[in-house]
Design a binder for this molecule. Structure first.
Ligand SMILES: Cc1cc2nc3c(=O)[nH]c(=O)nc-3n(C[C@H](O)[C@H](O)[C@H](O)COP(=O)(O)OP(=O)(O)OC[C@H]3O[C@@H](n4cnc5c(N)ncnc54)[C@H](O)[C@@H]3O)c2cc1C
Length: 363
């Protein structure tokens, strides 16, 4: 058996564990210093910005497209137990000069098989009557994009992987990775070490320390995000059509029973990588921005506020997927920044591809 240790059980680590559990010949252990979905994943809104993103070619689009395709089969495989909004994403447009860019995207997506639509204001009013703003010029509707509950997804992946024989060790921080001749050999923890053939670093912000222990530190920095959950007294808009609505980078995410998530702030760290404390003022501004395009939210009662830290690679594009430089058995699956929920499936596929071929030879 090939021994694989996955460090981190956010959405990325859990997705990797689940996909690895489908490959014969592997013995997979996932270690996390907390319970699953407690770090960035626990704060995420799960908006899957695929076709509606401005990425049209190259790695960035390929990653998105592959993930969107996998989500459609994955949710069914997990038994439809994870809240998954299939009603698409409506993006509001307040600036006439952006319309040409959107027209171009619509043409490209048509050829790529991911149709999106440009709605004029009357059409937007008819489909989403809750949206009102004096500066609205149009909206872009992407029916193939989705939203998923990141915590429910992570927990469902853990359960499914467990049933297929993956071991999970929570509350077990990894202190370091021990190696010899640029080959990882052991995972070091306070309660004993684990011999490994492969290590997958899916530790989000914890990845920097872990890679430092291999003398190849990967600089991942925190970007603060704050969000809130609200309750409305009555339904807003058309109860049968409740897509995610995005205006000025603020998402309004329907949860059912007249509840919504609203967020999130994007608060970059300073030069040294130090992030500011979560401040109620910034969150208040996000709420006001949402009220500006959806005035019915003035009636909303705030049920919960929270913040989380997105893992952003410093001086390189997100995410970081592949072998750690200089090592032949340490795979990085980290630094997903704003799109870790979206890109978890394609990340897991890349990890499986790297591990599967050699594992099948030695099984
Ligand atoms: C407010 C907010 C909103 C967001 N909204 C979206 C969205 O709408 N769509 C989207 O796609 N993405 C969104 N994101 C981004 C997304 O949350 C992240 O990209 C994603 O969760 C990263 O997942 P991960 O598993 O890599 O990291 P994490 O969820 O941070 O998990 C890493 C895990 O590693 C563990 N760990 C770290 N170090 C160690 C160690 N030494 N030993 C053992 N365990 C360790 C941690 O305990 C943690 O459980 C949002 C993020 C925030 C903060």
């Amino acid at each position: 058996m090939t021994k694989v240790a996955v460090i981190g059980c956010g959405v990325v680590g859990a997705m990797i564990a689940y996909e690895l559990s489908l490959i014969p010949g592997l013995s997979v252990t996932v270690l996390d210093r907390q319970l699953p979905a407690q770090a960035s994943t626990g704060a995420a809104l799960g908006v899957l910005m695929g076709a509606i993103s401005q990425k049209v070619k190259g790695r960035s689009w390929q990653l998105r497209q592959a993930s969107m395709q996998r989500y459609e089969t994955l949710v069914a495989e997990l038994g439809h137990c994870v809240p998954y909004n299939r009603q698409g994403i409506v993006m509001l447009c307040f600036d006439e000069s952006e319309l040409l860019r959107w027209q171009n995207l619509i043409e490209i997506r048509q050829t790529q098989g991911w149709p999106i639509e440009l709605w004029d204001v009357p059409k937007l009013r008819s489909r989403c009557p809750q949206i009102q703003h004096p500066d609205l010029v149009a909206a872009i509707y992407s029916p193939c994009d989705r939203q998923i509950d990141p915590t429910a997804l992570t927990l469902a992946l853990v359960e499914a992987a467990k049933q297929r024989g993956v071991r999970f060790e929570f509350d077990r921080p990894v202190l370091s990775i021990r190696s010899a001749e640029n080959h990882a050999q052991q995972i070091v923890t306070a309660s004993g070490n684990l011999s490994v053939n492969w290590v997958v670093v899916a530790a989000g912000l914890g990845s920097t320390e872990l890679t430092r222990s291999l003398d190849a530190p990967l600089d991942i920095r925190p970007v603060l995000g704050q969000a809130l959950k609200v309750q409305l007294p009555d339904a807003i808009g058309d109860a049968a059509f409740q897509p995610v609505i995005t205006g000025d980078d603020v998402h309004l995410v329907p949860l059912g029973q007249h509840q919504y998530w609203i967020g999130a702030t994007v608060e970059l760290p300073d030069e040294a990588g130090v992030v500011a404390e979560a401040s109620p003022d910034r969150l208040e501004r996000v709420f006001e921005d949402a009220i500006a395009f959806c005035p019915a939210l003035t009636e909303a009662k705030i049920l919960q506020t929270w913040s989380g830290l997105r893992p952003r690679p410093h001086n390189q594009p997100a995410p970081v997927i592949g072998l750690l430089s200089g090592y032949d058995n340490v795979l990085l699956a980290t630094g997903h920044y704003r799109n870790g929920v979206l890109l978890a499936p394609v990340t897991a596929a890349a990890v499986c591809e790297a591990i599967a071929a050699p594992a099948q030879q030695t099984a």
